[in-house]
Design a protein around this ligand. Structure first.
Ligand code: UDP
Length: 374
């Protein structure tokens, strides 16, 4: 009987795996890929807007960044990437500021003309150094930036985005953002950054293009006795869903978008964050600025709202509150008794992963499987 492998999920995890297994396993297997949505690329899915021609990041902005040369070369081997540097602005109380926090933000906010050392000394005086080991998002912010910067740029935005007090969130969420005492306003610290010229869906479609890969969209995986027919199952869907939510649901934030269309240039930048708590949305993204190499007369922009994920919503951000981590632990225990099944990606491991991390891990999973099964 021909051996086949089932991959659940057609996002980056599933696509990298399918590509590697189909091209590198000596005894060719049939690779079956299922995704419950009707398109590939998961939350990275991009599509041209029929009305304006703008390439839309359907599930919100995705900017590819990594310091891993192998991952950068890998994605570039499928489609060309255009250079892109994410420069975000933030609005607070009617003023516009540079983001992430850098020398310009500090000078704008305090009305100063500090040089780097003066700014570092000033922020050092605001910082609460009595917090030796910051345990929460709030403690991390106050420890390194002080209360006034925290209240202006992080408190309201974070409460809106995560739907809870920043005291409940882990410090790791804030550590994603750089703080700089120079005028570098690049949102990321990574060595490589860019956006695929024809969108992310184009990369993923190319990864799936192989005679041994059978892609089935609109097909939801439910554990069944038929699973034994597969040599192996790679699951990249939500881990709690895999186990039928028997230990409870893991909490996620989801986002919704309010679409607007106009002529010309709406905001002059791809992303502007709204940090005031009383502005209901977290940010506005104008997608034609993600393809500065293209020209469009019209423009599309989205106001982004954040809310708790219900059963019918698409999960985005794993909240990882202490109750979630207890539930996760139970699923992790159950995983240990399963044979011939691997869990990978953001939803199956319940971690806040970026695209480059997902790709790096999927390549590792593929290498390990291929070395054991070739
Ligand atoms: N954040 C904030 N204000 C901002 C930008 C970010 O408070 O203007 C916080 C927010 O809690 C967010 C975290 O910093 O979840 C990390 O930001 P990042 O841009 O990595 O979040 P993402 O774009 O992945 O949602």
């Amino acid at each position: 009987m021909e051996k086949s492998i089932l991959i659940v999920g057609a996002g980056f995890s599933g696509a990298v795996l399918a590509h590697e297994l189909s091209t590198r396993l000596h005894n060719k297997r049939k690779i079956v890929v299922w995704d419950e949505r009707n398109h590939v690329a998961g939350n990275c899915h991009t599509q041209r807007d029929p009305d304006t021609g703008v390439m839309i990041h359907e599930y919100g902005p995705h900017i590819f960044h990594t310091s891993n040369k192998k991952v950068w070369d890998y994605v570039n081997s499928f489609v060309p990437f255009e250079p892109f540097v994410n420069r975000v602005k933030a609005v607070f109380q009617g003023q516009i500021y540079s983001m992430p926090i850098n020398l310009h933000t500090i000078n704008q906010f305090f009305g100063k003309t500090f040089n780097p050392k003066e700014a570092a000394d000033w922020i050092g005086k605001q910082a609460d150094t009595s917090i030796t080991e910051p345990k929460s998002f709030e403690e991390q912010a106050i420890r390194f930036l002080g209360k006034s910067i925290y209240k202006a740029f992080f408190y309201g935005y974070t409460k809106k985005q995560w739907g809870c007090e920043p005291t409940e969130l882990p410090a790791s969420i804030l550590k994603r953002l750089p703080v700089r005492f120079n005028y570098n306003d690049n949102y990321y610290n990574d060595v490589y950054q860019g956006i695929p010229r024809d969108g992310y869906t184009a990369i993923i479609e190319k990864m799936f293009r192989h005679d041994n890969i059978k892609l089935e969209l609109g097909k939801k995986y439910i554990r069944s006795e038929e699973d034994y027919r597969y040599e192996h199952i790679f699951f990249s869907g939500p881990i709690d869903q895999f186990f039928g939510y028997k230990h409870g649901r893991l909490s996620y934030r989801t986002v919704t978008f309010e679409r607007h269309e106009t002529e010309g240039d709406f905001q002059g930048n791809p992303v502007i964050n709204y940090c005031d708590e009383d502005v209901p949305y977290t940010r506005i993204h104008e997608h034609k600025h993600f393809t500065p190499w293209e020209t469009h007369e019209k423009t599309v922009f989205f106001k982004e709202f954040s809310k708790e994920t219900t059963e019918t919503d698409i999960p985005y951000y794993p909240k990882r509150l202490s109750g979630d981590m207890e539930i996760l632990q139970k699923y992790e225990e159950e995983k240990k008794s399963l044979e011939n099944i691997s869990f990978l990606g953001r939803l199956a491991t319940y971690r806040y992963l970026d695209m480059h991390q997902v790709i790096e891990e999927a390549l590792e999973v593929a290498d390990s499987y291929i070395s054991q099964h070739n």
